[in-house]
Structure formats: C-alpha cells, structure tokens
Design a protein around this ligand. Structure first.
Ligand code: AG3
Length: 278
C-alpha cells in the first residue's frame, strides 16, 4: 500500500511530517492555497500555503490560550473582535462567555467555507447567533470602524502575504484606538526558535502602541514550529497581573482541556533565552 506523507518544512533543515489518511479538499483562493487533509495521528488538519493552521488533536491548546487568559482579566464583556480566525475555533471559545457580540473579520471566505464543510469541531463557533462574520481586511476594519471593543484577538497566519499588516505598529495603534478603556488585545506571536524575528516584530510593535502594558506568554502546541508558541498581549487602563475573574473561571473550568488557573499564572513565565530576546 502506498503511503502519503505531508511535511511542513521549518526553514531548510527541519520539518514536521504527518502520515496522510486522505486529502479532503484543495482549493486556491484569492489569497492562498488551502488544503484540508485527514491524518492518522492528528485527525483533520487545515493547511494554508502548506503551513499547519490547526489540527483536530491539538487545536484546543491554541484556541483556549489565545482567548482564556485575556477573558479572565477583562472587566467588561460586551463586544469582542476577532481578526482572522476563519476556522471558527477562536469564535467557539468566545461563545463560552457572556459577550453580547462577537465580530470576526476574516479576509478569506474560502477558509470559512471549508471550515464549515470539514471542520465542524471549530466551525461550530459560528452556530452562535452572537457571532457575526465579516469577510474583509482586518487592517482596514480597525482603521475605519467607529465601534469600540473590550477584547480584540488577532488569530492570524504567519507574518507575510495576507497577514503581514497584522504585525505592524500602525495596525496595533489602530487596535489601541478601538479598545475600550479597560480593553485587551491578544495576538498570536510565533515561536522563538525558528522565527525569533517574527516574534520580536510582534513584541516591539505591540510595545509601540501599548508601552509598558505589553506582555508575552506561551503555550505548548505540538504541531506548530518548535511546539513552543508565543502570544503578545496589550492592555489599557487595568493591571493585568492584578485581576483574575475567579467566578467566571469556576463557571467555565470544566470546558478547558489545557487552560486552568495554574496555567494562567505560569504561562507568563518565559524561558531565559526568550527574555534575552526582548
Ligand atoms: N494561526 C496561527 C498559525 C501559525 C502557524 N504557523 C506555521 N505552522 N508555520 C492559526 C489559526 C488557528 N485558528
């Protein structure tokens, strides 16, 4: 029996390889190539331009960790904004809470369509009536909107092509402007092993907009490059270290597979080589 294997290369010398059960769909959109494959170890996998965006087995880590730490630090949960996140996983996480409105601005409708068709475990986020999907450019949206948000989550691809603008200083300062007074922004910020420059770009540009109110934290995601994934947080007039919403946490504690109150504290501890970078 012939075997099909897929490899995401991390530069020229390292990669992560999956044994493929079935190729479910391949489509070229206006922005990128999308593949949905079924794998033996990690279940369904979505690839954009040959890069792993999520797998059925470990997406819970990324989606819980891009949302829960910030949500537990929020004073208000009226409106949330997701930039990117076309698979619905981040939306799914936010629907656990009592936000009034969750707006998602995804540039590529092909990602949303394929997620609805093949990735019910993340696209189920779209079943909630509070979630509104806008197909459009997040950079333009934050520049032009008059709405204010309590939470902005930037769930992007790597910082080139369609996502390049989502790592810029101008973009983060526009995000600052659409955040309420006690608002928080979280952005996926790559990994410190293969792409320290990308992480630093996220960190530095977030700092340009939020100054000292900038933090990074990490989570362990086996199918992303190096497995160690960083996030950048910017927050406004609150003390992020000071406030943990115990009541909200208790209400949702059973829903998490990665996040818990210990992780909430521990994830902000960064290894020495990462601290030296920043
Ligand atoms: N967004 C972050 C994916 C970055 C992974 N990079 C890579 N494999 N080279 C994922 C979207 C999930 N909602």
């Amino acid at each position: 029996d012939p075997e099909i294997w897929f490899t995401e290369k991390y530069g020229n010398n390292v990669g992560l390889t999956f044994k493929v059960k079935e190729i479910l769909n391949t489509q070229i959109s206006k922005y990128q190539r999308l593949d949905i494959i079924d794998t033996y170890e990690f279940g369904k996998v979505m690839l954009l331009d040959g890069l792993v965006m999520l797998t059925q087995k470990d997406e819970f880590v990324y989606h819980e960790m891009i949302s829960a730490p910030a949500v537990m630090s929020l004073k208000n949960r009226n409106k949330a904004l997701i930039i990117g996140g076309g698979d619905g996983g981040t939306a799914r996480e936010l629907t656990k809470y009592d936000f009034d409105k969750i707006i998602e601005v995804e540039i590529d409708e092909v990602v949303v369509e394929n997620s609805k068709k093949f990735l019910d475990f993340t696209a189920c986020g779209y079943n909630d009536k509070r979630v509104e999907i806008i197909i459009g450019d997040g950079v333009e949206f934050v520049k032009n909107t008059n709405e204010k948000f309590d939470l902005v989550i930037i769930d992007s691809t790597d910082p080139f092509g369609a996502a390049e603008g989502l790592f810029s200083g101008e973009f983060y300062s526009n995000v600052y402007n659409i955040l309420n007074n006690d608002g928080i922004v979280v952005a996926q910020a790559e990994n410190p092993y293969y792409n320290p420059d990308w992480f630093l770009k996220s960190r530095r540009n977030m700092q340009k907009a939020f100054g000292l109110n900038t933090l990074n934290y990490c989570a362990f995601i086996p199918t992303y490059p190096s497995g160690m994934w960083l996030f950048s947080i910017g927050y406004k007039n609150i003390d992020l270290h000071d406030y943990f919403n115990e009541e909200l946490y208790k209400k949702n504690a059973n829903s998490y597979k990665y996040y818990n109150s210990q992780i909430h504290k521990a994830c902000f501890a960064l290894p020495q080589f990462v601290l030296k970078l920043i």
